[in-house]
Design a protein around this ligand. Structure first.
Ligand SMILES: [Fe+2]
Length: 285
């Protein structure tokens, strides 16, 4: 068993089947596994697929019973996702990708917190100003496309306005936790309509290869970024997000109020000239 100690919780991953075990003190609401067949319509090359090959697992609503009231008060949920190792027709395994719905004022969409617990993540972020505005997914225009490299122990805040998908670029399983605002609507249609996010991430013996998804018209140039911490938003690398929330849940109010924190969240992205520069000296684990 691999201890997912970066979570600060008694979570363990079975090295063989990549199923997660929780200590009896922790509880979770639901578990769901996605297979290759569930990802049809989102993969770059779907010519030959093994439909029952596991893709990723989601454990929703993990908490200690004594923290439940705190999560309920702030309407926040803590989930863990395990993306399986390996590629499908050369493409790294990934989550399906989605956009978030709007705040009540319809000025911003909700943010989300992603903390990498094991492996290396590449998050595809794509901004669409008009998401959901016309009610027509075909009208979606991607204004900004950012690939963010996040190493184990680091945390990304997905900025308001950005659709997002998580990609496992390492050789083993990639595990991340998220803090999500429960009332936030999750919109899958746009990403499915365009057959995935704006960029596919492939991997071979030479390394990672990016491929633009030409189903989107007028896709902007891809940007590369890493993440910065921000103690005022409860994000300190090496300090588990669960623990930060336990101690100071009020710091995470930006999840419910994206309109006030949008600029601050954007400033946590640190841009680089290339993907290899974003990956850095440590490489991919
Ligand atoms: Fe999300």
């Amino acid at each position: 068993m691999i201890s997912l100690e970066k979570s600060g919780l008694p979570l363990y991953l079975n090295e063989k089947n990549h199923v997660m075990a929780l200590s009896a003190l922790l509880e979770y609401e639901s578990y769901k596994r996605k297979y290759v067949e569930d990802m049809k319509g989102l993969l770059e090359d779907e010519k030959k697929l093994n439909p029952k090959e596991p893709f990723y697992d989601v454990y929703r609503g993990i908490d200690y019973p004594h923290d439940r009231e705190r999560f309920r008060t702030y309407e926040i949920r803590y989930d863990v996702t395990v993306i399986m190792p390996g590629t499908v027709n050369g493409e790294c395994k990934k989550t399906s990708g989605h956009y978030h719905g709007w705040n009540p004022q319809k000025t911003k969409t909700y943010a989300e917190v992603y903390e990498v617990l094991l492996g290396t993540a590449l998050y595809v972020l794509q901004k669409s100003r008009n998401i959901g505005a016309t009610g027509q997914v075909s009208d979606t225009v991607v204004d900004d496309l950012i690939l963010v490299i996040v190493h184990a122990g680091q945390t990304l805040i997905v900025p308001p306005g950005y659709g997002h998908a998580s990609v496992n670029v390492g050789d083993g399983p990639m595990v991340f936790s998220n803090l999500a605002y429960i009332p936030c609507p999750v919109l899958y249609d746009t990403v499915r309509y365009f057959h995935g996010m704006g960029c596919y991430v492939n991997k071979d013996a030479e390394g990672l290869h990016l491929k633009r998804n030409e189903n989107y018209a007028g896709l902007p140039r891809v940007k590369y970024a890493t993440v910065r911490e921000d103690a005022e938003l409860g994000i300190r690398f090496g300090v588990p997000v669960y623990k930060s929330f336990q101690k100071q849940p009020e710091l995470f109010r930006f999840l419910a109020q994206p309109e006030q924190y949008s600029d601050e969240v954007m400033s946590l992205l640190d841009y680089h000239d290339s993907l290899s520069e974003a990956i850095g000296k440590g490489g991919i684990s």
